[in-house]
Write a protein that binds this ligand. Structure first.
Ligand SMILES: [Ca+2]
Length: 441
């Protein structure tokens, strides 16, 4: 798995997020459920098509052309009409492979700390813009909140993170970028599924071919950046004008996002997380992903950092999350954190959305600052750390330079065995200790 979020890369943000290692699966939610085939009959193909075969003008790329003809047949086999297939696939020229690769590969020399992302998420501008958008669209948010589970601030925060509240929705052609990836075999089934979803959306009248020309470079659509399969399954025509206009209609986009979170089980009335104070001498190894009740966490000495209580129920389960180890704010995470991750599968993303939503809801800033003066490991150093932990018998997983939960857990065990603060946080000092132990072993 890669820590690089291919969507954030699209937004020009260099990633490599520590503590959030996982490939971002954009609004894929484990794959869309099969849809009922649309009833709309396909007009007959006009030209270049005989005996059910498909032909297209050459793109100049043999491999792409071969894939396109085969995929067109597969699309026909799923019931898509020839005219739709042509509208989506004809005239496509694949994105240069070097450009595609650059979009996916993590080029960052340094592993970027999670707080870089969290801090930019709650910039004064983004908070002010969000509050203005909430006010300007109050009736939409009112109605969306009445129909779906998540509070308006969470939906607004996603809107802010995904498109700067509708300000930036992408300029790539979704069929082109999806086809380019499928043709070279990158997540072929996924990308072909997204192309089929686009065809269905066109055939059922949800959107036009041209609307799909405004997408992120990974194919995400509209103000809340839905992948086509998610638009097909969770998209909403909130203003009931007959089209799911995620691009220009804020109500459609926001209702779709709220519907998505609701469908994945948003727990109404529960927080996403609450910042917690950590007492001196605390056993940080409890922050290893385990879930305990609020009552149990309180018994270990945790207390809410602000006036906000942890949760209404003492029996609610939560996880202690230490994105900055013992050096920065700590959180009790609730199930809704995982629901936000269904939107974009990275801890850093969910943290950013949650923090922004809290500020939009008028809650105070974090009580503890992020440790912005800590020097982060380079990717090579992160690899050295992983190799050292593996050599010592702590399973840090693949030596990939990406510090995810596996590496943190291994480091926590190393720290605990040596009576160090077991926060799993990879400082250069901790790297030196691991390397020293590994070379002596
Ligand atoms: Ca609509």
């Amino acid at each position: 798995m890669s820590a690089r979020s291919f969507r954030w890369a699209a937004a020009g943000i260099v990633l490599g997020i520590v503590l959030a290692a996982c490939e971002t699966t954009k609004v894929a939610g484990g794959g869309p459920a099969p849809q009922t085939p649309p009833a709309a009959p396909a007009p007959p193909s006009t030209s270049g098509n005989s005996g059910g075969g498909h032909s297209f003008a050459s793109s100049g790329d043999e491999n792409f052309d071969a894939w396109r003809v085969q995929f067109a047949s597969r699309a026909s086999g799923t019931g898509r009409g020839a005219a739709t297939i042509r509208a989506v696939l004809d005239g496509l020229v694949p994105v240069e492979q070097a450009v595609q690769a650059q979009s996916f590969d993590n080029q960052a020399e340094f592993v970027k700390p999670i707080w870089d992302y969290a801090k930019s998420a709650v910039s004064p501008t983004r908070i002010a813009n969000g509050q203005a958008k909430l006010a300007a669209n109050a009736s939409i948010f009112e109605a969306v909140e009445a129909s779906y589970s998540p509070p308006r601030e969470i939906v607004a925060a996603i809107w802010g993170m995904e498109s700067s509240y509708g300000g930036f929705i992408g300029t790539d052609d979704a069929p082109r970028v999806l086809a380019s990836q499928a043709a070279i075999g990158r997540r072929k089934d996924f990308n072909e599924g997204e192309l089929l979803a686009i065809m269905q959306l066109i055939e059922d009248g949800s959107a036009t071919r041209d609307q799909f020309r405004k997408a992120s470079w990974a194919g995400a659509l509209g103000q809340t950046q839905f992948m086509p399969s998610s638009m097909l399954q969770y998209g909403r025509d909130f203003d009931r004008d007959g089209v799911k206009d995620l691009w220009a209609n804020a109500g459609d986009a926001l209702a779709s996002a709220a519907n998505y979170l609701t469908a994945y089980g948003w727990r109404e009335g529960q927080p996403w997380a609450v910042e917690t104070l950590i007492p001196a001498g605390y056993d940080y190894s409890l922050g290893d992903g385990r879930k305990l009740t609020i009552a149990a966490w309180k018994a270990t000495g945790l207390a809410p950092a602000t006036a906000q209580s942890f949760a209404q129920s003492e029996t609610l389960q939560a996880e202690l999350f230490l994105p900055a180890g013992s050096y920065g704010p700590a959180f009790l995470l609730f199930d809704n954190f995982g629901i936000i991750k269904r939107y974009n599968n990275a801890d850093s993303y969910a943290l950013a959305v949650g923090l922004l939503a809290d500020r939009l809801a008028g809650r105070p800033d974090l009580s503890r600052p992020w440790p912005t003066d800590i020097q982060m490991l380079t990717q090579q150093e992160a690899k050295d750390l992983q190799a050292g932990l593996n050599k010592l018998g702590y399973n840090a997983g693949a030596v990939d330079g990406i510090i995810g939960r596996g590496t943190r857990g291994a480091l926590q065990k190393f720290q605990k065995d040596r009576s160090l603060v077991a926060d799993g946080f990879p400082t250069t000092d901790m790297l030196a200790k691991v390397l020293e132990a590994a070379s002596a072993s």
